[in-house]
Write a protein that binds this ligand. Structure first.
Ligand code: ATR
Length: 274
């Protein structure tokens, strides 16, 4: 049978860890497939989408800066993509180009893995109101968290998300974070603060109750300043690497026909690379 082909596209794309993840699974399951990184400029993206079928691709991943263009460029979208407003996974089904979003799935699966029972931990405080925040909020709502408090430097962006998601979600400026934490069971950072080269996240997990779980979608470094502060206070922490690994699962299953496992070995391999 012909080789099954998939890709990840972005601009730039050299830093992407997705080829390592999918390459690991292709080898582990002995699948005759390939997964390659393709740099496509925004100007060329629409033509790239149109050429997928003739180039023999079953689908692929889409990352920065193409997630919104992919949302607009596909013929059909899954529910998560519509809710989040961005597409990170493409697949061809009977010649029709589908777009999905697996970031919310990856976020929830990471917590299921490392903090089972987390869905009982509302209210949730979400730091940030960008694209990543949308995926997190969608996951929280899908899993039944009733009180989701978005904290953002720019209040208007948090208010846009309240408008978009409606009930259960509220918007707050950065100064309010202290008073929102006292009864919160989940604190999630979706901003790039705490990444190498960025300033340390200002929000300290002071005032969170002892049962609270703190997680970060940033995974470089693996233990962000927020997670380190939370751990020092004895709180349960979950790093962001598992979200990256789990968001890759649904795409791999669609293109290669096997639901892959997020193994400790895969995690160690990617950690060694960070
Ligand atoms: P992503 O898709 O990764 O979420 P984004 O859409 O650019 O990226 O959103 C970045 C988020 O990080 C926003 O919530 C942003 O706050 P603003 O809406 O006020 O810009 C937040 N952010 C980035 N740098 C920040 C900083 N130095 N201080 C506070 N918040 C910051």
């Amino acid at each position: 049978m012909a080789e099954k082909k998939a890709f990840v596209t972005g601009h730039p794309i050299a830093h992407s860890r997705s080829p390592k993840i999918h390459g690991y699974w292709l080898a582990k399951y002995g699948i005759n497939g390939s997964y390659q990184a393709i740099d496509v400029t925004p100007d060329d993206f629409a033509a790239f989408l149109k050429s997928l079928g003739e180039n023999g691709y079953r689908g692929g991943n889409v990352t920065i800066p193409h997630k919104e263009a992919a949302f607009a460029g596909v013929s059909r979208r899954d529910h998560a993509a519509d809710a989040i407003g961005a597409v990170n996974t493409l697949w061809l089904e009977d010649g029709v180009l589908w777009g999905g979003n697996t970031d919310a799935y990856g976020f929830a699966a990471n917590l299921d893995d490392h903090a089972p029972g987390w869905v009982k931990n509302g209210p949730a405080v979400v730091l940030g109101a960008g694209g990543a925040s949308r995926a997190v909020i969608h996951a929280l709502r899908e899993r039944g968290i009733k009180d989701i408090r978005i904290v953002n430097r720019t209040l208007a962006r948090a208010e846009e998300l309240v408008h978009h998601f409606g009930a259960d979600v509220s918007a707050h400026g950065a100064a309010a974070v202290g008073e929102l934490l006292g009864d919160a069971g989940l604190l999630i950072n979706t901003t790039a603060l705490g990444m190498h080269g960025n300033e340390t996240l200002a929000a300290d997990p002071v005032g969170l109750p002892g049962h609270a779980i703190v997680t970060d979608i940033v995974y470089v470094p693996l233990e962000t300043p927020l997670l380190a502060a939370a751990r020092a206070r004895g709180l349960k922490t979950v790093d962001g690497l598992g979200m990256l690994l789990h968001q890759a699962v649904p795409g791999f299953e669609r293109w290669f026909g096997k639901r892959p496992e997020v193994t400790p070995e895969l995690r160690r391999m990617i950690v060694a690379d960070i």
